[in-house]
Structure formats: structure tokens, C-alpha cells
Design a protein around this ligand. Structure first.
Ligand code: TPP
Length: 569
């Protein structure tokens, strides 16, 4: 159906279209380039017309992370807009995260006025000369699927629909749109557009029956097949398919460097979080949505092991170097590809071999669970607090209406996540500063869920906490933030230890460039935005402090933070 809406400018037409296309939020960090858009928002607000809800995020890192968090929970891309080249520069890390996580997003930036004078929107500030670049999109081009500069209002519908369809086409990812101020400011009387849109993203893909049959044959004839998975749970529907396949094979599933809930942790075939000790036994390996299924520098599968990869882009075509052996690659939507594989495998396997493998896998599962519990018990009274005990206490709070967003230090083996879409951890690209914004975006997308955000003290600082806590209060988005505060960048320290085991830094116990001591009173940053804030040093006080903070988040609907002082490694 063709729809006509009265608007005053291209900026207003843009808002009309975004709303019509179901974009619920515009996460924005504004500058002078926003003037026509702000004007359009004010007009639509005054007249009660629909527009994506504008969220002021006073730093680009949490702004992009909020759109990331919203899309990872809801599956729906949102819009982000930042200020010309300088805002885009601050946002690039988040775009890299979204790209490597295959998270859809409409990322946009204003463009400095093109003309020096004589047009509505022409340059009228001294920054308007220095803020122009030769190729603004170049800054993000390598990490977006498509980029374009809106040149004329007449193409608006095509441009917006193409951007949203491409972002949602698999492999999903961010797209980038430059919005020049003159174009946004152009006067218009109306916009006509198709409603619903006439630009659909391609639907789910299934690998060919021949390649499914070949892979099924390979897996079903193996004596010791194992499954390694990282990000299948990006599509919550893939979890049940993976369970069906694992059960058909009786094969253990290893969450290796996992970024989503891929497989219920209480399932007897969940083999834990480290496949490396099991690589040598495996004569067939199914790698599902995993860019890095093992670390070849440390351990590799047997040379004769047959290896099948399943994913929307099983060769990870945007990675310059990636050499994991691939005997068969099944490109397709994991939910469908795994289900098809499960059906084919079930027709081929030997039931007694499956039962025997399942029995062994159940033993492994039980040993893993017991070992994790023992690790936490052994340190439960340690002071300063051990991160295993902290993870246990947080893990114990997870129920069927909790989402956990983890940027680094929460140890997932200390929880029992079972529900698809209940656990998210840092993107494969590891651009720090993702956690706070992602948790806020997750809470916006799932207001009925409790969102717990676990961050290292380093990750907390990268997340622009003043901006994140501001957003939480300003828009009523209550999240429980738990800071795993070891007063250092342990990841960097560990890298030095593994790079030079007996080197100077280890021998002299000297780790310059890794210390975050003296640590700020992080809880005060949250308190400054009206949050409940506690500093926790006594391990025995931890469960009580978590309960109090959760009550504030759930009942008072206010953000809360626990600054948990942990052992310094
Ligand atoms: C934007 C960005 N800058 C730097 C790094 C390098 N880096 C990786 S982990 C890390 C430290 C994280 O510290 P913290 O969150 O306290 O966790 P910890 O390492 O102490 O467990 C750093 C600096 C990064 N990943 N991203």
C-alpha cells in the first residue's frame, strides 16, 4: 500500500520512514549536524507523530553498544547517529564489535555542511571546515556491509530500506549511512512510501541435501565425534537444533570461547568450556559458528580427524587469515542446517555406539560440574574475594528471567545457563567498552527480564560509565552492574606471562602498563546518577549485597552497582 505523510523536511521524512520500518530507537550523540533532525523531532513530538525514541547517549561507545545489545536480544536493528567524523571516530570500535558479532545495526553520522554559503544548512560554525574529510565512510568501510551518503531526498525510501535489508541479510552486520546537513534540512511537503516496505531481506538458508548427507555420513561413521560451538545461539532457535543433533550423535558439545548461550549448561552432553584436551580423541569434529574453534599454536586436532564447519559464513570471509582445516563447509542458517544434519544422522547412527558415547559424555559433564563447584568452594572464604566465588554467587542468582551480559571476568562455568538468549559475552573482536551499553540495550529490548552486567574494572572504564549511568537514570533502564575489580588489566598481564614465561617481567615481578591502582571508588560513579551503590570486600557479605542490589533493580527499578574488590593476580 502506498502511504503519504505530510512532513516539513527530509530529516522529518527520515524519522517518519524509520518509525514505519519498525526502528524503535535512535541512539544518538548529537552535534551541529543534528540541527534539522532535532527540529524535526520537536515538531513530531508537538504533533504526536511517530518517530524512533531518541536516546541521548553522551558517549559514542555506549551508544553503539546499546544498539548492539538491543539487536542481540530482540533480533531487530536499531539506528545510531553520531556527530560527523569525530563522533564516527569514537564509534569505530563498537562497529568493529558489531561486525565481528554479525549484529545488524543502522549506523549513521551527520556530514559537515558541504557548501560554504547560500544553502539552507550551509556552514555557519568554525568547525565546519576542519570537520570535513575526503571520504568519511572510509573510517568504517572495512567493517560495514554497505555504506552510502544520502544525496537526495528523492532516494530516501530506497536508501533506508536497502540499508535495513542489507543489515539483516546473513551474515548480518552494521551498515553505514552518511547524512549531510543540507540534505536533511531540505524543505519538503510530504513523503510517499510503500507500507509495508517492498525490500525484503533474504530468508533463512539451507545447505544442499547432498552436502548435508555427506556431512551426516562423516559424523555418523566416526567413533568419537565432538561438537565445538561459539555463537550458534545468536539465533535462539539454533539451540534446540544443536541439542537434537548432539543427542542423535551422543557427542559432547564444547562451548569454546562462547559468546552466546549455545547449549543448555545442565544438559548431560554439555562438555564444558574447553575442547582443547579432547581434540586428540576426536576423529570427527563439527565446528558450529566458531571463528576460532581451538588455538593451533597450543593444540590441534589429529591430522586424520575429519572436520565439518557449519555457519552462515563458515569460511569467515571477512577475516584476512584463518586456516582451520575444513573438509566440509555447510553454509546455512544453523537452526535449519543443524536440524537437517540431525535428521540425516539419526537415520545412519548405530544406537549402541550412541548410547555408549552418551554415557561417557555424561561422565565428563558431571566431572566438569563437580570441578567447577569445588573450585568455587575452595576459595569461598578467601579475602580479597576470588573471582570464582564472585562468579558463583552471581551465577546462583540467575533464574529464568535473567539475562547476563559479561565483559570479561564472569566465569560462565560457575552458573547454569539453560535458556536461549540468557547469556551474552564480549564480541570476538574484543573492543573493550561494550558491556555497559550492551546491558542497557538488552534491558531496553527485554524490560521484563533482570539484566546483570558483569565487567572487569578495565572494561568498566572503557564503557564510559558516567555516560552509561546517566542513560540508565534518564531513561529508566535499571541494570545491576557488578565490577570485578582486580585493580589491573589481568588479560594484558597474562599475555606477558605466556609470551615470556621466564622473562624479565615475570622474574622481576614488574608489569608496567597493566596496573589500575589506586583504583577509583567506582561505586560513586553510579551513585552520582542516583544508583544504589556498594563496595564489597568481605566474601561472606557478597550474597547479601547481591540480593540487596537485585531488589533495588527489580522492585525500585533503579540501577545498582557492586564494586567487588577481588584478588589481585
Ligand atoms: C579498545 C580496547 N583497548 C585495549 C584492549 C586490550 N585489552 C584487552 S583485555 C584488557 C584488560 C581488561 O581489563 P579488565 O576488564 O579489568 O579485566 P582483566 O583483564 O583484569 O580480567 C585490555 C586493556 C582492548 N581489548 N580493547
Amino acid at each position: 500500500m502506498q502511504k503519504r505523510a505530510a512532513v516539513e523536511s527530509t530529516a522529518e521524512a527520515y524519522l517518519e520512514l524509520l518509525a514505519a520500518r519498525g526502528v524503535e530507537y535512535l541512539f544518538a550523540n548529537a552535534g551541529t549536524d543534528f540541527a534539522p533532525l532535532i527540529e524535526a523531532y520537536a515538531k513530531r513530538d508537538a504533533q504526536g507523530q511517530a518517530a524512533p525514541r531518541p536516546i541521548t547517549v553522551p558517549h559514542e561507545v555506549p551508544a553503539v553498544a546499546m544498539a548492539h545489545g538491543y539487536a542481540m536480544v530482540s533480533g531487530r536493528p536499531q539506528a545510531v547517529m553520531v556527530h560527523v567524523i569525530v563522533g564516527a571516530g569514537n564509534a569505530v570500535g563498537g562497529i568493529i564489535n558489531a561486525a565481528r558479532s554479525n549484529v545488524p545495526m543502522l549506523f549513521s553520522a551527520g556530514r559537515n555542511p558541504i557548501t560554504e554559503a547560500d544553502h539552507s544548512g550551509s556552514r555557519d560554525r568554525p568547525i565546519h571546515w576542519a570537520q570535513e574529510s575526503f571520504d568519511q565512510a572510509a573510517m568504517v568501510r572495512e567493517f560495514v556491509k554497505w555504506d552510502y551518503e544520502l544525496r537526495s531526498a528523492s532516494d530516501l525510501e530506497t536508501v533506508v530500506d536497502r540499508a535495513l535489508a542489507l543489515a539483516q541479510a546473513e551474515p548480518q552486520g552494521p551498515v553505514y549511512l552518511t547524512l549531510p546537513r543540507e540534505v536533511l534540512a531540505e524543505r519538503r511537503e510530504a513523503i510517499e512510501y510503500a507500507d509495508p516496505a517492498r525490500m525484503a531481506a533474504p530468508g533463512p538458508l539451507l545447505p544442499s541435501p547432498e552436502s548435508v548427507a555427506e556431512a551426516a555420513q562423516l559424523l555418523a561413521s566416526a567413533r568419537n565425534p565432538i561438537i565445538i560451538v561459539k555463537a550458534a545461539g545468536r539465533d535462539p532457535g539454533a539451540v534446540a537444533s544443536l541439542v537434537t543433533l548432539a543427542e542423535a550423535l551422543g557427542a559432547p558439545v564444547f562451548d569454546q570461547f562462547h559468546t552466546y548461550l549455545n547449549f543448555p549448561q545442565d544438559h548431560p552432553l554439555h562438555g564444558g568450556f574447553d575442547a582443547m584436551p579432547h581434540l586428540e580423541e576426536a576423529d570427527a569434529i563439527l565446528v558450529v559458528e566458531s571463528d576460532v574453534p581451538w588455538l593451533p599454536a597450543l593444540k590441534r586436532p589429529r591430522p586424520d580427524a575429519r572436520i565439518v564447519h557449519v555457519g552462515v559464513d563458515p569460511l569467515f570471509s571477512r577475516y584476512p587469515l584463518r586456516g582451520f582445516p575444513t573438509d566440509l563447509a555447510l553454509a546455512g542458517t544453523p537452526r535449519l542446517a543443524l536440524r537437517a544434519l540431525a535428521d540425516a544422522v539419526a537415520r545412519l547412527v548405530d544406537a549402541s555406539a550412541v548410547a555408549e558415547r552418551r554415557r561417557r559424555s555424561e561422565g565428563l559433564h558431571a566431572r566438569q560440574r563437580d570441578a567447577a563447584a569445588a573450585r568455587a568452594r575452595a576459595v569461598q572464604s578467601d579475602s580479597p574475594i576470588d573471582m570464582a566465588w564472585l562468579s558463583r554467587c552471581v551465577g546462583d542468582l540467575v533464574d529464568d528471567r535473567t539475562i547476563l551480559v559479561n565483559e570479561y571476568d564472569f566465569d560462565a562455568s560457575q552458573g547454569v545457563f539453560t535458556r536461549p538468549g540468557s547469556y551474552f559475552s564480549a564480541p570476538p573482536a574484543g573492543g573493550l567498552g561494550w558491556g555497559l551499553g550492551a546491558a542497557l540495550g538488552a534491558k531496553l529490548a527485554a524490560p521484563e527480564q533482570t539484566v546483570i552486567c558483569c565487567v572487569g574494572d578495565g572494561a568498566y572504564i572503557f564503557g564510559a560509565p558516567t555516560a552509561a549511568h546517566f542513560v540508565s537514570r534518564a531513561y529508566g533502564i535499571p541494570v545491576l552492574f557488578v565490577v570485578f575489580n582486580n585493580r589491573m588489566w589481568n588479560a594484558v598481564k597474562r599475555a606477558v606471562q605466556s609470551h615470556a614465561k621466564d622473562g624479565w617481567a615475570v622474574k622481576m615481578d614488574s608489569m608496567p602498563l597493566t596496573e589500575l591502582d589506586p583504583a577509583p571508588d567506582y561505586e560513586l560513579i553510579c551513585r552520582a546518577s542516583g544508583g544504589h551503590a556498594e563496595r564489597v570486600e568481605d566474601p561472606a557479605q557478597l550474597p547479601g549485597a547481591l540480593e540487596r542490589a537485585l531488589r533495588v533493580v527489580r522492585v525500585e527499578k533503579r540501577q545498582a552497582i557492586l564494586n567487588v574488590i577481588c584478588k589481585k593476580p
